[in-house]
Design a protein around this ligand. Structure first.
Ligand SMILES: O=C(O)CCC(=O)C(=O)O
Length: 281
């Protein structure tokens, strides 16, 4: 793949976009999130890192909110929508939904157009911060019907130097989930690495701030160490078909979800707030 298409929200051909997603396992939509919305999300990230929300996973510090280091105090901040209305609003962002309406169940037989969100997570590479090893999100978030869709929102320009995502186009085709192993690689974080595939066709996805990468839960992806002087904050959100039984964490039907579109056949079982978490590296 020489250069990847960069779709624009106001000029999307739905069939073309869906076809590209099904074939390649991802689509990139340029500047889908406005500069003002990106600013709000970055401000929220700083506020979370400062400990301004009532979140047991994050101790408060007295740094001024304008301190840029607040973007990278924690590399991973899990489930911020549990306490932040800014993130809850972002989950149902109309521009994101315009694309999700087309792709969440694009490869699922008899998909009825309904989908739900089960995870939000900030991922920030500070200068010198490690990358993330190769993995498939479906391995960690089991939908098993192939509807898992990752949404990765760049909250700054993401470049090869500051640790943009790398993907292996088409790697979702086989449906294989590659086994993950513990490792001691120095330049990526400690989460297990997937092995058993070739990565010569991997490509970097450089993105402008506000651009969004949508990708299949089976797509192999990773990121590299941030060797620049700039922070690389991103917000990742995951969605799946509402009909998916989500047996995450061994539970029979994971209920820490936000319904987004259409009917949730499990509505009567009620919803719970997921437990927020944070990890420094
Ligand atoms: O942002 C990154 O560097 C990695 C994110 C990632 O792998 C994910 O969201 O699954």
């Amino acid at each position: 793949m020489k250069s990847i298409p960069r779709f624009k929200l106001d000029a999307v051909d739905p069939d073309e976009l869906t076809e590209f997603y099904v074939e390649n396992g991802f689509v990139l939509v340029e500047r889908l999130i406005s500069p003002m919305e990106c600013g709000d999300l970055r401000a929220d990230l700083a506020k979370i890192n400062r400990g301004d929300y009532d979140c047991p996973a994050i101790d408060s510090v007295n740094w001024p909110l304008t301190d840029e280091r607040l973007l990278g105090r924690y590399m991973y901040i899990g489930q911020p929508h549990a306490y932040s209305s800014t993130i809850r609003k972002c989950v149902t962002h109309s521009g994101l939904c315009q694309i999700l309406d087309l792709i969440v169940g694009a490869t699922v037989p008899f998909w009825n157009g309904a989908y739900k969100c089960m995870q939000t997570m900030f991922v920030t590479k500070k200068p010198g911060g490690n990358g993330s090893p190769w993995h498939q999100d479906e391995e960690a978030i089991p939908t098993r019907d192939r509807s898992l869709t990752g949404v990765w929102i760049a909250l700054s320009d993401a470049t090869v130097d500051n640790g943009c995502l790398w993907i292996i186009p088409n790697s979702h085709h086989s449906g294989i989930l590659y086994e993950r192993y513990s490792h001691n690689l120095p330049d990526v974080d400690s989460m297990p690495i997937a092995r058993g595939f070739e990565d010569q066709t991997a490509i970097p996805i450089e993105m402008n701030s506000g651009s969004v990468l949508f990708f299949s839960g089976h797509l192999l992806h990773s990121s590299q160490k941030n060797v620049s002087d700039y922070y690389r904050p991103a917000l990742a959100i995951h969605y799946c078909s509402s009909n998916t039984l989500l047996p995450w964490g061994g539970e029979r039907n994971y209920r820490g979800i936000i319904p987004v579109k259409g009917e949730d056949p499990y509505r009567d079982k009620g919803y719970v707030m997921p437990i927020p978490w944070a990890k420094e590296k």
